[in-house]
Design a binder for this molecule. Structure first.
Ligand code: G3H
Ligand code: 13P
Ligand code: ZN
Length: 330
């Protein structure tokens, strides 16, 4: 069942974070549905209520143009039929104004992100407001962004480092003036596999300050992959070359969720699982050329990985509670 991110956030806020996972192809989508239902080996496994979770499927502009956006829509529609017990939102990741309108009009996306965070404040407000008006007319939720994600270097002075982070007072004004449903905030993370230096982690002081000014309002963490050491080691042991990677410490997800970080965006980690599986298959069986061999292993490993993320986010085991709240409302 496709629902809005807003509906998912109402249940999750302050208790757990909903995992938002990017997809680009069939195998990722199958692994994603299986993992969120606790079906690790096959589509026909029984759903495991102890780990089953609500989730968000994210489609970036890059994913939409990788093959053809209609393939992704068809894959998701088919997955919805094969896994009727799943509850999820379909979300445009990092949209421009034009692509947001396209997704809103399509009637397929239940949520869009307008990312005008690179514009100056007034322009970001104006663009976001226009998207919110169009989206809300169609019952679509809107995520917006304020602040600049980026590598925060350990040796940068505190003030300079904080200059990139979301300003809590501006966040209040931005939310009030735009009417957005959730806000992506810069809290120390960056996209990709190289986020922090040394012992850096999330800026909890900043998350707390934003939450105090916007109590009850869902915040979104971009660049949230944890870049697990064991995955990077597997990749490097199988011929990869990913030096000095680092991600969000896994133990920081749940404390952030308790402070209102209700959506956690994970893309890079999924790519690392893909990379490890494929490198190992071809290293261990050089005679192999059947794409289904790594494909099957990837779907199983990705499913298990998704379940492990949901446990860290606290969303594992919440699916039936979400279904019950949705049923009460209808
Ligand atoms: O935030 C960016 C996401 O990781 C999507 O990446 O644009 O390469 O699909 P992509
Ligand atoms: P990662 O690169 O940390 O997976 O972040 C993904 C993301 O923010 C997608 O919008
Ligand atoms: Zn992002």
């Amino acid at each position: 069942m496709i629902v809005t991110t807003r509906e998912l956030f109402e249940h999750a806020y302050g208790k757990y974070a909903v995992g938002a996972y990017n997809i680009n192809n069939l195998e990722q989508t199958v692994g994603l549905f299986r993992g969120n239902l606790g079906k690790h080996q096959s589509n026909n496994d029984a759903t495991d209520p102890a780990v089953a979770a609500p989730f968000i499927i994210q489609i970036s502009r890059g994913a939409r143009s990788y093959t053809d956006k209609r393939f992704l829509e068809a894959i998701i529609r088919t997955a919805e039929e094969i896994f009727p017990e799943a509850i999820f939102a379909v979300h445009l990741d990092h949209g421009t104004e034009e692509v947001c309108y396209e997704c809103i009009e399509s009637g397929f996306y239940s949520s869009v992100m307008i990312d005008a965070s690179h514009e100056e404040f007034e322009k970001n407000v104006a663009i976001t407001r226009r998207v919110v008006e169009r989206a809300h007319e169609r019952g679509v939720s809107v995520e917006a962004e304020l602040g600049m994600l980026g590598g925060v270097e350990e040796d940068i002075q505190v003030d300079a480092a904080h200059a990139c982070l979301t300003d809590p007072d501006q966040a209040v004004e931005f939310v009030q003036r735009t009417g957005c449903d959730s806000l992506a905030v810069a809290i120390g993370t960056s996209h990709g596999a190289y986020k922090f230096k040394g012992k850096q982690g999330l800026h909890f002081d900043r998350i707390r300050a934003i939450q105090q000014r916007l109590p009850g309002f869902p915040l979104v963490m971009h660049g949230a992959s944890s870049v697990p050491r064991w995955l990077v080691d597997r990749i490097n042991a199988a011929g990869g070359n990913l030096p000095d990677t680092s991600g969000v410490p896994e133990q920081e997800y749940l404390p952030a969720a308790r402070l209102g970080v209700t959506k956690v965006n994970i893309d890079t980690d999924g790519r690392l699982v893909w990379c490890a599986v494929h490198r190992e298959v071809f290293r261990d069986a050089p005679e192999e050329f059947d794409l289904r061999t790594p494909g099957k292993r990837f779907m199983a490993e990705y499913a298990a990985f998704i379940t492990s993320r949901n446990k860290l986010l606290g969303s594992a085991g919440q699916l039936e509670a979400v279904r019950a709240t949705l049923a009460v409302r209808t």
